[in-house]
Design a protein around this ligand. Structure first.
Ligand code: A3P
Length: 313
């Protein structure tokens, strides 16, 4: 293992090449601990994603669905109104990053069921207990064009001011070579894609653009997949519409809890999780040669798998 500083997006995001993916140095120990120590339960739900693909949105939706009996979405006491989705659905990479792993493991085993977690860890590197138990994984990814732009804007905003900015061209070069945290993006997507085909009851594969186009349809399919489908009465009472509204970009971005304060050890300002929330913003950043280059890579990496993105065709 060696630290690849020259390949990182910023000083805080240097990478180790670990099990064929670029693991951020700050998560390296956590990913190892997670893989070795986590004991999944059949009732667990895991929200998995490639970074900058709508993770926080899917966490909010999943949390709302799983708790829809307990909280009517628009009531004042709904947890999403006072907590950021990353706090309600914690990342394994943060849970296992602390110094006292054993007390964390004890806390995990005492958590109320069903437990919901998030992860960016690629499918092949997940703990055996996640793969072998009956817990369910909902995965989200995004067309690589918008994914790249979202990542570039994000990493430029959150990095310390002492680090010189990575230009769009420099970051694009890295992205095209698969170098981004938890990348290469194509292997990340394909790992979950192939599993979703082999075991459709285990992994539900979603795309950000589809979720945006028809949120109602996908909220229903996530609920069904998780084993908590909406009853006809719930549908008629507007439960799905309430979840969609509560988890919408406009609502989430406007909540005081998401507008101020920081998240995690790195002190990321929470407002940075909600920059634009649109599909197709990449056209404002890409030159014709960038479009051509990334389209070719998408074709080369994904065409045989059957996984495709509308923006690239
Ligand atoms: P942009 O950078 O294009 O604005 P992640 O949560 O994986 O880090 O993904 C971040 C992207 O999801 C950001 O995209 C962010 O704006 C978008 N996003 C966050 N919440 C959203 C929501 N409720 N609906 C749609 N998009 C959302």
């Amino acid at each position: 293992l060696s630290l690849r500083k020259e390949n990182a997006w910023s000083d805080t995001y240097q990478f180790y090449l670990f099990e064929n993916f670029w693991c951020p140095s700050i998560h390296f120990q956590a990913v190892n601990n997670f893989k070795k120590e986590f004991q999944a339960k059949d009732t667990d739900f895991v929200v998995a994603s490639f970074p900058k693909s709508g993770t926080i949105w899917l966490k909010a939706i999943t949390f709302s669905i799983v708790n829809s009996q307990q909280f009517s979405s628009l009531e004042d006491h709904h947890p999403l109104l006072s907590s950021n989705p990353h706090e309600l659905v914690p990342f394994f990479e943060f849970i296992f990053g602390g110094d006292d792993i054993h007390s964390q493991i004890l806390c995990l085993s005492n958590m109320a069921e069903p437990r919901i977690f998030g992860t960016h860890t690629p499918f092949p590197s997940l703990p055996v207990s996640i793969k072998e138990s009956n817990c369910k994984i909902v995965y989200i990814c995004r067309n690589p064009f918008d994914n790249f732009v979202s990542a570039w804007n994000y990493f430029n905003k959150i990095k310390p001011t002492t680090v010189s900015e990575l230009t769009l061209d420099e970051a694009f070069e890295l992205y095209c070579n698969g170098i981004m945290e938890y990348g290469p993006w194509w292997s990340h997507m394909l790992g979950y894609w192939e599993e979703s085909i082999a075991r459709p009851d285990k992994v539900l594969f979603l795309k950000y653009d589809h979720l945006k186009e028809d949120t109602n349809f996908h909220v229903k399919s996530v609920a069904k997949f998780l084993g908590c489908p909406f009853t006809e009465e719930e549908e008629n009472n507007g439960v799905i519409e309430n979840i969609i509204k509560l988890c919408s970009f406009e609502k989430m971005k406007d909540l005081e809890v998401n507008r101020s304060g920081t998240y995690g050890k790195g002190g990321i300002e929470k407002k940075n999780f909600f920059p634009k929330g649109e599909s197709g913003d990449w056209v404002n950043y890409f030159s014709p040669s960038m479009t051509e280059k990334l389209s070719k890579i998408v074709e080369e990496k994904l065409s045989e798998s059957g996984l495709s993105f509308k923006m690239c065709s």
